[in-house]
Design a protein around this ligand. Structure first.
Ligand SMILES: C[S@@+](CC[C@H](N)C(=O)[O-])C[C@H]1O[C@@H](n2cnc3c(N)ncnc32)[C@H](O)[C@@H]1O
Length: 216
């Protein structure tokens, strides 16, 4: 059967194995969960959302793909919809700050072994905050879709010493190269228009561009 997922959600799905017990927090349409039960045959699937509208959409999609008995739909805020069996969390399509806020009490759920996130922004912040909870960045992929860059990061239990700015992105990948080149060019443009009085902002943009230049 053809995939029902876009590139970003397919990349998330690729980090999930058939023996995972998964919750998709902020599931909206619920398509990720449907793909995971149909194509990965995951051991357990919860699709949850804080709002009833998205869950209604997810229910309709579950019926459309005949998976109502394979996916548990739950309404609730962030981690509160997790049960004792779940070992893998997905949170995607939200801002980096929202995602790190949702994960702030993750230590109360010691059975979680894997976290996959796809933040819309604030990538370095998400890496730094999740590391504080005893998870190490295992792998990352940058996705380019509809003229936007998306990050997909997979964390496992453990500790690591990583560079929070670059994470574990592969610099041989053209999408990654293009992403940092765009940041570099944007910073250069901002710097050329920024008044000399904005010293702190100027220094931060210059430091960011030096980091990028060294890495290329
Ligand atoms: C833009 S959609 C992303 C949908 C899907 N995860 C994706 O990546 O395509 C964000 C969803 O997260 C839900 N949401 C926002 N904050 C939440 C929270 N604290 N707990 C659970 N769901 C939340 C919203 O209701 C919305 O359905």
């Amino acid at each position: 059967m053809k995939t029902i997922l876009n590139k970003r959600l397919s990349t998330i799905s690729a980090f999930i194995n058939s023996n995972d017990k998964v919750i998709d927090i902020g599931c909206d349409h619920g398509l990720l969960g449907i793909d995971l039960v149909l194509h990965k045959n995951v051991l357990k699937m919860i699709s949850s959302d804080i709002n009833s509208g998205p869950l209604q959409k997810a229910l309709e999609n579950n019926k459309k793909y005949h998976v109502e008995d394979k996916i548990l739909l739950k309404q609730g805020n962030g981690l509160e919809t997790i049960d004792d069996e779940i070992d893998t969390i997905v949170i995607s399509g939200m801002g980096g700050i929202t995602i790190t806020n949702i994960l702030k009490d993750i230590k109360k759920y010691p059975h979680i072994k894997k976290i996959i996130i796809s933040p819309n922004n604030d990538f370095p912040l998400t890496r730094k905050e999740i590391a504080k909870h005893g998870f190490k960045l295992d792998n990352e992929v940058m996705v380019y879709e509809k003229e936007k860059y998306y990050l997909v990061s997979c964390y496992l239990k453990g500790k690591d010493n990583i560079n929070y700015y670059f994470g574990k992105l592969n610099f041989q990948d053209e999408i990654v190269k293009n992403y940092y080149q765009e940041i570099y060019n944007t910073n250069k443009k901002i710097l050329s228009n920024l008044s000399l009085k904005n010293k702190l902002k100027r220094v931060n943009l210059m430091i960011e561009n030096i980091k990028i230049r060294k890495r290329r």
